[in-house]
Write a protein that binds this ligand. Structure first.
Ligand SMILES: C[S@@+](CC[C@H](N)C(=O)[O-])C[C@H]1O[C@@H](n2cnc3c(N)ncnc32)[C@H](O)[C@@H]1O
Length: 451
């Protein structure tokens, strides 16, 4: 294959970021070619744009036979924006890909038999995101970064985001233009407005708005009153913040905040328990699907259980399970999240839950000082999965069951293999938390081996 050559490719697989994978015969070997926005089942003519030692990259020049799963993207910026991978594939096709990707992750990382169920769809395919963070483009409109770059693609409403966000976005854009406020430029590090952060309680509708400024404090002439005039009519807007981030960094939020008006936290419920969420809190993006996952995890618990919620965040899993078990112990490394978890327990009148700010590696030390040993553990670690210390701690605690919720099936499969001598896994259930993106969650319950 040479750069700019046209080749015909049958697409047989996909990557998590929505590229189709096919193969081209070359000197007796099949060279993989990655084709952006192609779908499994397509036959495409594509132009080769890059040739490397073991693979090539192409772009579609013509679709010769469309996949039965191919659809016209509903989003106007699907081709340019880096947020979604599956705008060109039917939801059925996307779920089938997600099921296959979890099965493949287990095949590669768990060298034993295991059943993987079909991926459970999200209750909402569109409008499921309860939080968005939009960078400001040089022309003063908010948008999303394009794939693999920091070029802002202006967005007139993301289909994944809750529709209530768009009027707020528009009102802030008008306020920026009216007050001649400048967009932040990453190159020069000049300009004031970096991001607009919006968050909405799925059940409550309570909304939080936070403007991220390239500044270490509020500028003296910052037009707060005009912002109030622009947004003040919205009764759902409960909490308006400034965040200060003067650093040259990709991290969106800086360290300090100022509450401009309203409440410090918005309230929402998950499976009937109230949660109070600050701009810093980790809160699951797709509330309706997270509730289903939590209910699934809770179905393995019984009233005699002492539950350890490891990597507990603001306590959402443990607190929604608290009524079902004797006691909940939550451990999480971020102190602010543990403060939120304690406050959430207090405001809900939950008295059988205790929370500890610590690295998961310190689990055994924390448990040693407590009267009761966990009989059940729910782990929900970040993408890198369990640390070696956490795996060793689980073996030492030896609870009857471990429910493992994961946002990365590859590390989940690896960890199950590490626990295999002590625990037998049941069926793995993939859950689609992020329709249109390549991410997939999975849940599995492990039972302690009896001999
Ligand atoms: C996927 S989130 C799950 C949060 C929570 N269970 C939920 O559903 O909202 C993973 C959590 O693990 C925490 N975390 C990351 N590394 C940790 C560590 N080494 N020890 C303890 N917690 C950690 C993160 O701060 C984050 O809150």
């Amino acid at each position: 294959m040479r750069k700019n050559e046209l080749v015909t490719v049958a697409i047989t697989d996909m990557t998590f970021d929505g590229a189709g994978i096919g193969h081209v015969e070359e000197a007796g070997r099949k060279v993989p070619i990655f084709v952006r926005a192609a779908a499994v089942g397509d036959t495409v003519e594509c132009r080769v744009i890059k040739v490397l030692k073991n693979y090539a990259v192409g772009i579609i020049s013509r679709i010769l036979t469309p996949s039965p799963h191919r659809i016209d993207p509903a989003c106007a910026v699907a081709e340019k924006c880096g947020g979604c991978a599956f705008c060109h594939v039917s939801y059925e096709g996307e779920l089938s890909y997600k099921t296959q990707s979890v099965r493949q992750a287990y095949k590669l990382n768990y060298p034993h038999e295991i059943a993987v169920a079909d991926c459970r769809p999200s209750p909402l395919e569109c409008g499921y995101r309860n939080k968005i963070q939009l960078p400001l483009s040089p022309d003063g409109t908010f948008g999303f970064y394009s794939l693999h770059s920091h070029r802002v693609i202006p967005s007139e409403g993301c289909l994944a985001a809750h529709p209530a966000f768009l009027p707020l976005q528009k009102a802030v854009e008008e306020w920026i233009s009216r007050n001649n406020l400048t967009p932040y430029d990453e190159e020069t590090q000049k300009g004031l407005i970096r991001h607009l952060f919006l968050r909405r309680g799925h059940h409550s509708g309570e909304t939080m708005l936070c403007l991220v400024l390239n500044s270490s404090r509020r500028p003296a002439d910052f037009p707060v009153e005009d912002l109030k005039k622009s947004l003040g009519q919205r009764s759902d807007l409960k909490s308006v913040w400034l965040n200060f981030n003067p650093k040259k960094t990709n991290v969106i939020l800086g360290e300090s905040f100022e509450l401009l008006w309203g409440e410090e936290r918005i309230e929402d419920t998950m499976n009937g328990v109230k949660f109070f969420i600050s701009p810093r809190s980790f809160y699951q993006i797709n509330t309706a699907q997270a509730e289903r996952i939590y209910a699934h995890a809770a179905s393995y618990l019984s009233p005699e259980d002492v539950l350890l919620d490891l990597y507990c965040g603001i306590g959402t899993i443990g607190l929604t399970c608290a009524k079902k078990v004797k006691e909940v112990i939550g451990i999480e490394v971020i102190e602010a999240a543990i403060e939120d978890a304690k406050e959430n327990a207090r405001r809900n009148g939950i008295e059988n839950a205790r929370f500890f700010a610590a690295d998961a590696a310190k689990t055994l030390e924390i448990l040693a000082a407590l009267p009761q040993k966990p009989t059940a553990v729910i782990v929900d670690p970040p993408r890198k999965g369990l640390s070696a210390d956490a795996v060793a701690a689980l073996k030492e605690i030896a609870p009857e069951k471990i429910v493992y919720i994961s946002c990365n099936p590859a590390t989940q499969a690896r960890d199950l293999a590490l626990l295999k001598d002590a625990y037998i896994p049941g069926e793995v259930t993939p859950y689609d938390m992020f329709p249109r993106t390549g991410h997939v969650e999975s849940l599995v319950c492990l039972q302690r081996q009896t001999n």
